[in-house]
Design a protein around this ligand. Structure first.
Ligand code: FMN
Length: 197
């Protein structure tokens, strides 16, 4: 196995449609030779960023909660897949708090000019964004994409691909759409093959 791909689930439903897409993408990465790990954001206990700015001068956050076990995983991952539903036109709150708590990567990279990510990883790390929405309106992914692009930049991952699926209120069950599950698999596999050419 070469390379670790982390999958982050922003949905509170571990068996929901988003979870199934993430699972397919991680299967693709695994079939390409990577080891994979899923992080279920909703099972973790952490607070939103409180702007104490400890991370301005230190490589971590002063808040002692479950984020402490995530920082190393994000730092050492070879690629990252985020899968989430849209909630109120953006990223669900718990996932957004996780992203905000990654300010330790922002401060290191942009303020102290010493990224927490090793130089050899920075050149290969890729980010895949999978997002689904209930409605079928043109702007439904705009807010989430802006947030994810900023976050991937902060953690030194190239935003390399996306799978955006709207109209889930009509589709209802993603297992009825083999084409979409196959697309998630193919995009995950491409992330893995980038690490195992
Ligand atoms: C609190 C909440 C807010 C939502 N807000 C939106 C929204 O703004 N736009 C939209 O298209 N769908 C919205 N949805 C619908 C979800 O994106 C959709 O049901 C999705 O398929 C849920 O995926 P999951 O079952 O994998 O978690 C919302 C759902 C919830 C629970």
């Amino acid at each position: 196995m070469a390379g670790t791909v982390i999958g982050i689930l922003g949905s509170p439903l571990p068996e929901g449609n988003t979870a199934k897409l993430l699972s397919q993408a991680l299967k693709g990465a695994a079939d390409a030779g990577c080891s994979t790990e899923t992080i279920l954001i909703n099972n973790l206990d952490y607070q939103p960023c409180m702007e104490m700015l400890f991370c301005k001068e230190h490589d971590t956050c002063i808040m002692d909660d479950d984020m402490q076990q995530l920082y190393g995983k994000i730092q050492h991952a070879d690629s990252v897949i985020v899968a989430t539903p849209v909630m109120t036109m953006g990223i669900p709150g718990k996932l957004k708090s996780f992203i905000d708590r990654c300010q330790i990567f922002y401060m290191a990279k942009y303020v102290r000019n010493e990224s927490l990510v090793a130089p050899e990883k920075r050149t290969v790390r890729r980010g895949l964004f999978i997002c689904i929405s209930g409605m079928k309106i043109p702007e439904v992914f705009v807010g989430s994409k802006l947030t994810m692009k900023a976050w991937f930049d902060i953690i030194d991952c190239q935003y390399s691909d996306e799978l955006l699926i709207n109209d889930m209120d009509t589709i209802l069950d993603i297992t009825t759409r083999k084409d979409l599950l196959d697309a998630a698999y193919a995009k995950g596999r491409a992330i893995g093959e980038n690490l195992n050419p």
